[in-house]
Design a protein around this ligand. Structure first.
Ligand code: CTP
Ligand code: MG
Length: 229
């Protein structure tokens, strides 16, 4: 099924504490967004890429992504993540009947296997995302005190890319915006309609780079992998 990827990169990255938005910061020699875009460019599943960036940085993003052959458009993001996704969706043709993947630019370690697995499940079932089982025992904590040990068997951490048949995501988003609901990921918009969302195996290395410590870890991994350790 034809597949388009929306890379959301419009967040400020406040927890990184840098001047420039996170997606534009250098990560072991290449900006974060470029690394993530190249992973999608290299995936045989993906036919086109839309990058959503902070207002005012569209031109910078176009230059940064010049080597990304599948880039179709650069869009201006919004306040909330779902506002950024909506801006990206405006660049998908109305009659598109394939799969849309939404991915955090902040997860540069995504690979073609995971992209392919999510797109295939989304094409078949309508909606899919990678979920990583929790390995630690999970506690509910209130005011510094443990009040409960939560059964972790049914719990998992949601990752991206999240994939959807375009009509499914379009409908889910329309209803979320109509109802004034804020969703923290795209799958949540589909879940609230009671429609099927399939979990595929998440990857422990598909980390979302959030803090300077994550960044340092990622740089050491990339430098070793790219022979500059
Ligand atoms: N994102 C976006 N538009 C927003 C908010 C987030 O496109 N209004 C994107 C980010 O750019 C990021 C992804 O959603 O690639 C996941 O968000 P997160 O890791 O939380 O990034 P930031 O919101 O940028 O970081 P922070 O929360 O630390 O400020
Ligand atoms: Mg955020």
């Amino acid at each position: 099924m034809e597949t388009l990827a929306i890379l959301v990169a419009a967040g400020r990255g406040e927890r990184m504490g840098a001047e420039r938005p996170k997606a534009f910061l250098d990560l072991a020699g290449r900006p974060l967004l470029l690394r993530t875009a190249l992973a999608f460019d290299a995936s045989p599943t993906v036919g086109g890429i839309v990058a959503v960036v902070p207002a005012g940085l569209e031109g910078d993003a176009r230059s940064m992504l010049a080597a990304v052959g599948k880039l179709r458009a650069v869009a201006r993001g919004g306040m909330r993540r779902q506002d950024s996704v909506l801006e990206g969706l405006r660049h998908v043709p109305d009659d598109f009947d394939g799969v849309v993947l939404v991915h955090d630019a902040a997860r540069p370690f995504v690979d073609a296997d995971l992209i392919g697995a999510v797109a295939a499940a989304a094409g078949e079932y309508g909606a899919a995302l990678p979920v990583l089982p929790l390995v630690d025992t999970v506690k509910r904590v209130r005011d510094g005190n443990v009040v409960e040990t939560v059964d972790r068997d049914e719990l998992g951490a949601a990752q991206t890319p999240q994939g959807f048949r375009f009509d499914v995501l379009g409908r889910a988003y329309e209803e979320a915006f109509r109802d004034g609901v804020t969703v923290t990921d795209e799958a949540m918009a589909v879940e609230r309609l009671g429609e099927r969302v399939v979990a595929v195996a998440g990857r422990s290395d598909n980390v979302k780079l959030t803090t300077p410590a994550d960044w340092a870890w990622a740089e050491s991994v990339l430098m070793a992998r790219e022979g500059r350790a």
